[in-house]
Design a protein around this ligand. Structure first.
Ligand SMILES: [Zn+2]
Length: 276
């Protein structure tokens, strides 16, 4: 079977070597993982998740009375933090998730980047465009997501302007102009059915328990600050969120096979030896 997330990692390593704008990226700081998504369903092809965003300022939720507008209740104080992810003893700074099998069946039809790629034979370049798009989200100062930052540290398509998309299209051309080895990107040329026929299946590395993965999380402040006078008489909702996972490592990874309508854990058989 073809491990799609490993192939994408090899491709990304080659891209950052050949595209000057992305040369500041060390691919060892980036971990690629698979999420499940049907080809025919709406949703992102890939998402860049930043793990280096600093914790948020302390805050709380509050509820207002609709009529009087007065605050009636508030939560306890909390901060929003990034988890740590350590792979091969190296703490990674970004995660890039690819949605399988949806990503494999991506084409240029109806996409906003269609205007950059005019030849039908270039349909597979839509996938290369997504790979470079996600790498372009990595901020050169590694403090978050380039240009667009959400509190949850993620970004996906539809949230940036035409300049971003045309910069990505330019980098796609730059990469292809350097004549990379076709074996590095050939896997992008196949749709999901062809990959299954060629390799007997498509796998990807994922976090467990699937489909969970490391995400920004809220943590109650152990020491609750004092509130402004208008809030002192307000009811405080006790913090009920379960203690979130704050760190992940190799033990939290596993390989899954992605199918058209589902995914399943792959049991890798260990070769054993027994003397006669
Ligand atoms: Zn994006």
């Amino acid at each position: 079977m073809i491990n799609y997330t490993e192939q994408l990692t090899v491709l990304m390593r080659d891209v950052v070597k050949r595209v000057p704008t992305l040369s500041f990226i060390d691919i060892d700081d980036v971990f690629v993982f698979g999420r499940f998504g049907r080809a025919e369903a709406e949703g992102p092809f890939a998402t860049c998740h930043c793990l280096t965003m600093p914790p948020s300022e302390p805050g709380y939720y509050f509820w207002r009375d609709r009529r009087s507008g007065e605050i009636t209740r508030r939560s306890e104080w909390f901060v929003t933090k990034s988890p740590t992810v350590t792979v091969n003893d190296h703490q990674v700074k970004y995660l890039i998730s690819f949605t399988l099998p949806r990503f494999c069946d991506q084409s240029l039809g109806r996409s906003r980047k269609e205007r950059f790629y005019r030849r039908a034979t270039d349909a597979w370049v839509a996938k290369l465009d997504t790979v470079i798009h996600e790498l372009y989200h990595i901020d050169p100062e590694q403090k978050g997501i380039r240009r667009i930052e959400r509190e949850d540290g993620t970004c996906c398509a539809h949230s940036h302007g035409p300049q971003f998309l045309s910069n990505v299209a330019e980098m796609v051309s730059q990469y292809l102009d350097t004549s990379p080895q076709p074996s590095t990107y050939d896997f992008l040329k196949h749709d999901f059915d062809t990959l299954e026929a060629l390799y007997g299946g498509v796998t990807g590395t994922s976090f467990r328990p699937f489909p969970s993965y490391p995400q920004r999380f809220q943590e109650r402040l152990a020491e609750q600050p004092s509130c402004s006078p208008e809030l002192t008489a307000v009811d405080v909702e006790p913090w009920r969120e379960p203690t979130p996972r704050a760190s992940f490592c190799d033990d939290d990874l596993h390989v899954r096979q992605f199918l058209r309508a589902s995914s399943r854990k792959v049991t890798i058989e260990k070769r054993q030896f027994r003397a006669a």
